[in-house]
Design a protein around this ligand. Structure first.
Ligand SMILES: Cc1cc2nc3c(=O)[nH]c(=O)nc-3n(C[C@H](O)[C@H](O)[C@H](O)COP(=O)(O)OP(=O)(O)OC[C@H]3O[C@@H](n4cnc5c(N)ncnc54)[C@H](O)[C@@H]3O)c2cc1C
Length: 469
């Protein structure tokens, strides 16, 4: 028999940036509130991916995946790039307004700085000559400021946030929530959440389940009759090259989001997640291995390479609805051929031949990820591959050497977008008191937007509480 549910004012599902920042803001604004955070993954210091490059060289499909789940969410081992912009990273501004979205992101930056992030640098595209250079070569540089915490400082910020929150919030780790029920009445809403035999109730419920929780979220939305739609996936490769080729750009801007419109198909290809002197990593989403990148603030951990993704967005129209399924199939194909991530020299791709261990070894770029040499043209659809190749040649004009034969391409990189949940401008579902925030809502796709959505909902809940007393 299920025990009597423990009662809270606010229950939060997911301890990623969205969950952490909603808990943070709630406890700052109203320390007397009872708040609980439920997290499927482990506490921060128990999050350890077994891949060590020696004994374990590729993904062994842990459940939950320590990279994606646990305190800090998918961002815990990320490069910690907090972009302050409405130009990418999500569409929070469509809900809360342009100015408010930026103000929330600046507030998140202040909190990060107050918790150890102040030793890092804020970069900006404002006033850069690079914008003109891009334009002259058919490329568009998107406007943004970016705080680059780096994987190491990002971890310290998370440690400090956890230390501060743990006295004010009940954290339940290794506690995947199975189900969410709306159990209140219209005037007095409440939500009961279940994890195995245990149940908890909250007057308010914030779900911030991120990308790793997207399948689960789909079920929750169906069960609670919350409308959703899904139509986008980004597919591409991660490029790795000697850092000197991009140094003048990354030294000035650190992260540059550059968009190229292909001549052939008029698709947009964009750079994503640039990691100067970083490493390429593999990532496991629900058993599908894709590629990503990290970099470090610590000089000792810097490499001689820079990596970034080149992605093509695929928007599907009716009747096809399963955009994530499409991306998954492409990733599965690369996993089938390469046993995980495939790596190919650009020169081999252009010549229509696979890369081999010896061709990679003879090249001048030392791969930072042990991936399987192969042929990306057997994996990526022609339209996407053509777009990526066109963009590499366009980038070569602003960073000469990008299109060198030895440039490495890792595939595939897929950005899965969660279904878009129907929400009010305050990110509330049709059930009063139930909020869906962060990447799980489809509204955000980044650390800063996800965190900002958490702050916004916390402030909104405080307003609601003030009105009801
Ligand atoms: C390797 C990597 C690098 C990245 N680098 C950057 C970067 O530099 N800059 C940037 O802006 N973005 C980056 N991102 C994206 C960024 O991490 C996400 O946008 C951000 O973490 C989203 O926050 P969130 O709170 O919405 O979700 P998440 O961070 O995904 O957190 C969701 C949490 O909910 C938990 N959860 C899910 N379902 C349940 C359930 N049923 N019960 C309990 N808990 C559940 C999960 O375990 C997870 O911990 C990166 C992502 C990855 C994977």
């Amino acid at each position: 028999m299920e025990a009597m549910p423990k009662k809270y004012d606010v229950v939060i599902i997911g301890a990623g940036p969205g969950g952490i920042f909603s808990a943070y803001e709630l406890t700052k604004l109203a320390p007397e509130l009872s708040v609980a955070v439920f997290e499927a993954g482990h506490v921060l210091w128990d999050r350890k991916c077994p891949i060590d490059g020696k004994r374990v060289t590729s993904c062994v499909h842990c459940s939950p995946c320590a990279i994606m789940n646990g305190f800090g969410g998918a961002g815990a081992f990320s490069d910690g790039k907090y972009n302050i912009t409405n130009a990418f990273g999500g569409t929070l501004y469509e809900y809360v307004g342009q100015e408010e979205a930026l103000s929330l992101m600046r507030y998140v930056d202040e909190i990060n700085c107050a918790h150890g992030g102040d030793v890092t640098k804020m970069y900006s595209t404002a006033g850069t000559t690079f914008k003109k250079r891009c334009m002259q070569n058919g490329l568009t540089l998107l406007d943004a400021s970016v705080r680059h915490l780096g994987t190491d400082i990002n971890f310290i910020v998370l440690e400090k946030l956890y230390d501060e929150l743990k006295g004010a919030v009940d954290f339940y780790f290794d506690t995947p929530i199975d189900d969410v029920e709306a159990v209140g009445t219209e005037g007095d809403p409440a939500f009961r959440i279940h994890s195995g035999e245990a149940a908890y109730t909250g007057r308010f419920c914030i779900i911030s389940a991120g990308r790793s929780g997207s399948k689960w979220m789909e079920g929750v939305c169906k069960h609670l009759d919350v409308p959703t739609k899904s139509n986008r996936v980004d597919i591409g490769v991660r490029v790795e090259l000697p850092s000197v080729i991009f140094d003048d750009i990354t030294d000035e801007l650190y992260e540059s989001k550059i968009v190229y419109r292909t001549a052939k198909f008029e698709d947009n290809v964009r750079t994503f997640c640039m990691n100067p002197h970083g490493i390429v990593v593999s990532e496991n989403t629900g058993g599908i291995v894709t590629v990503n990148g990290h970099s470090f603030e610590d000089e000792a951990r810097k490499t001689e390479n820079t990596n970034f993704a080149l992605l093509v967005s695929k928007h599907f129209s009716e009747p096809f609805k399963d955009s994530n399924g499409y991306g998954e199939s492409i990733a599965r194909l690369s996993n089938m051929l390469g046993g995980g991530v495939i790596v190919q020299r650009f020169g081999d791709l252009v010549r229509g031949r696979r890369s081999t261990e010896s061709r990679i070894a003879e090249g001048t770029v030392r791969p930072t990820l042990a991936a399987t040499p192969g042929d990306l043209s057997l994996v990526l659809p022609k339209r996407i591959l053509d777009g990526i190749m066109e963009m590499i040649y366009a980038l070569d004009k602003i960073a000469q050497g990008t299109a060198n034969d030895d440039t490495l391409l890792y595939g595939v990189e897929v950005k899965f977008y969660n279904m878009q949940v129907e929400l009010s401008k305050d990110l509330e579902t049709r059930h009063k008191g139930l909020f869906i925030i962060g990447d799980g809502s489809g509204v955000t796709h980044s650390l800063s937007h996800a965190s900002a959505s958490g702050v916004h909902v916390a402030r909104y809940i405080m307003k609601e509480l003030a009105q009801s007393t």
